[in-house]
Write a protein that binds this ligand. Structure first.
Ligand code: FAD
Length: 601
């Protein structure tokens, strides 16, 4: 079986770089220790090897499709994947013990999902969505709602979804029009349509629990008038009987990638007979949904670099086997061709991929750690973790997904023409990856969130905290002579953030918010470059400590040396983009001028 994931890198991130053992000291996770956690991760790999990876390509070819009359055909293996995954706790894993979960840290739960995504990214979304939807009910629903829906969701029998998007309301959720009319006792008659609903109604599950945003009649306009409802496809009765709730699947979108993953069009109340159950309080739906969306944003960022990693391993394997051409220094045409991995440009492409993938994974794991602390640490640490998570979430989502796309394109480039054909899997990774820059808020929307909200949140406290954390890693790196130059470099690059923000602040002072935000995506790229450099330095501190201690086997030496080499590569070839971004943002010419440009296109 081809290599598609690195347990060694996961272990390094968990045990050394992001110190998962700290979490086992917290009450919330004290029922676990490292040995148990690692056993759980190893069992995830076995499950992925057996049930998921062998079907990755087949599920793309024999893809999900609409069969008419509400029916959506999925690959027969999907049911096995969901049921066996559920049985091992990969839907309920991160839920609290009192909610029927395993109360795993997100660092462990998402490590398992990372393995599944690298094995078969189109299949794993079904379980992640159900986990997220059940978590919403646990957090904001009542006991009756939990008891009626969550156990069957955790068993993998019922699928959970998040139903937000409507044809006219994608990025701008304040424009949703699905209506909810009260009929008493917390129930509402629902009418409307939702599009692009992942894991919507399909044949691998018997019921669907749609966590749906709708507007109660008379609610205030905008985001303040949105409420959250549970709308099942079938209402369960007292004796387990299921009654149709007028939620009709009108189609399944055929897509560029993730073709194993249903993307449905749902119609609620076509026969005027669809009933929803309010979750929590009216008009607070979007705030509740943000819990699910924020968790999902970390998973999307991590999922993107996960797929790019599988593409990188495919490219690496190919480069080690494919002979082509000779080195520029070899003048004898009768000498056999060299393997392409010996060409400088191929090495550049492979190192770029490794730098993006392992840097992005380190950042993802940082977010998982902060998530765990935000939900399990003492009050002070909780608040700090929450702030860090707020500022890192748009970066992990947008930077990882954009760079993962670039990385997978390089994987195809390493294959040459073969990479473009259906004979090899890299084209599938490339196709599957595009969606990661779109769903859960596009790159543009994440960038607006970063520059428009997160930079100034709590009077700049989140940013100040991030800078403190980066400085702590710089200080640690300086204690290793081998890393000192790179520590100094990161310190210099970090100064760009203040420089750029000072420049942009003048537009705010002039009241020109449009101009302030016009380069938000370039700002995102700069911040991502710097934050991932931090993660590379952090990884290098731990690798260097191991190399000094010399308690390792030969293979591990190569692993640690590989970390430091890739850090150096990242600093020279990728971090340098931060300067270009800063120059672009601070240039006096205003070329993206909302008020004047339309005429130029
Ligand atoms: C395969 C797939 C699965 C999905 N799964 C789900 C799901 O399970 N549940 C769900 O509810 N939705 C889902 N979605 C919907 C997804 O979240 C939206 O497609 C996404 O939020 C973008 O909305 P849109 O498609 O309407 O694009 P638009 O919002 O029309 O955006 C078009 C372009 O304009 C830009 N843009 C829009 N507004 C602004 C702005 N204010 N400032 C700057 N730029 C802006 C965007 O960045 C984008 O580049 C899914 C979509 C797909 C394709």
């Amino acid at each position: 079986m081809a290599r598609y994931v690195s347990l060694e890198h996961i272990k390094f991130l968990l045990q050394e770089v992001h110190a998962v053992h700290d979490l086992f000291q917290l009450d919330k996770f004290s029922h676990l220790n490292w040995e148990q956690a690692w056993m759980i991760i190893e069992s995830a790999k076995q499950l992925a090897d057996r049930d998921m990876h062998p079907f990755f390509r087949e599920m793309d070819v024999h893809n999900v499709h609409y069969e008419g009359k509400g029916g959506v055909k999925t690959h027969p293996q999907l049911k096995t994947i969901i049921q066996n995954g559920a049985a091992q706790g990969w839907i309920s894993g991160s839920a609290k013990l009192i909610h029927g979960g395993l109360q795993l840290p997100m660092m462990i739960f998402n490590s398992g999902h990372h393995i599944f995504s690298s094995a078969n990214n189109g299949a794993i979304g079904y379980m992640s969505l159900t986990a997220g939807a059940a978590a919403l009910i646990n957090s904001f629903g009542n006991e009756e709602q939990h008891n009626l829906f969550v156990p069957n969701m955790y068993d993998g029998k019922w699928q959970g979804t998040m139903a937000l998007t409507e044809p006219q309301a994608g990025s701008s959720l304040s424009d949703i029009t699905t209506t909810a009319t009260p009929i008493g006792d917390g129930y509402y008659k629902i009418k409307g349509q939702k599009i692009f609903i992942s894991g919507g109604q399909h044949e691998a599950c018997e019921n669907f629990v749609h966590l749906t945003l709708a507007r109660i009649e008379g609610a205030p306009a905008g985001t303040k008038g949105i409420s959250l409802f549970i709308i099942p496809k079938f209402w369960p009765g007292k004796n387990g009987e299921l009654t149709y709730n007028d939620v009709f699947c009108a189609g399944d979108f055929q897509k560029l990638g993730q073709r194993a993953y249903a993307t449905t069009h749902l119609v609620f109340g076509d026969q005027d007979n669809c009933k929803g159950w309010l979750v929590g309080e009216p008009h607070k739906g979007l705030a509740y949904m943000f819990q699910m969306m924020n968790e999902a944003r970390i998973s999307v960022g991590m999922g993107a670099v996960t797929i790019a990693q599988a593409a990188y391993y495919a490219a690496l394997e190919y480069a080690q086997e494919r002979p082509q051409g000779r080195l520029p220094s070899e003048k004898d045409p009768l000498k056999p061709p060299t393997l392409i991995i010996h060409h400088a440009d191929v090495q550049r492409m492979l190192l770029t991929q490794k730098a993006i993938v392992e840097g992005g994974l380190a950042l993802s794991m940082e977010c998982n750690r902060q998530f765990d602390l935000a939900h399990g640490a003492n009050d002070n640490e909780k608040q700090e973790a929450w702030l860090l998570l707020e500022i890192l979430t748009p970066i992990v989502k947008a930077w990882c997904s954009e760079q993962a796309n670039r990385s997978a394109a390089l994987a195809i480039q390493v294959f040459g023409g073969y990479g473009y054909t259906m004979d090899f899997p890299v084209q599938q990774f490339y196709r599957d990856l595009k969606i990661y820059t779109l769903y859960e808020g596009t790159t543009g929307i994440q960038s607006l969130d970063l520059l428009g909200r997160k930079m100034s949140m709590e009077k700049g406290k989140a940013l100040a905290l991030l800078v403190t954390k980066i400085n702590e890693s710089i200080k640690q790196a300086r204690s290793h002579e081998e890393l000192r130059d790179h520590a100094n470099l990161l310190e210099e690059e970090g100064k760009r953030i203040t420089q750029v923000l000072n420049h942009l602040r003048t537009f705010i002072e002039e009241g020109d918010v449009d101009r302030y935000l016009s380069d938000a995506t370039v700002f995102m790229e700069m911040m991502g470059n710097i934050v991932v450099a931090w993660q590379w330095l952090k990884q290098s501190v731990h690798a260097q400590a191991q190399l000094k201690a010399k308690h390792f086997e030969h293979q591990q030496r190569e692993f640690y040396e590989g970390i430091i080499h890739t850090m150096k590569f990242y600093f020279r070839y990728e971090l340098t983009h931060a300067e270009a971004c800063a120059k672009t943002i601070m240039h006096p010419d205003y070329l993206i001028n909302l008020k004047q440009n339309e005429v130029l296109f």
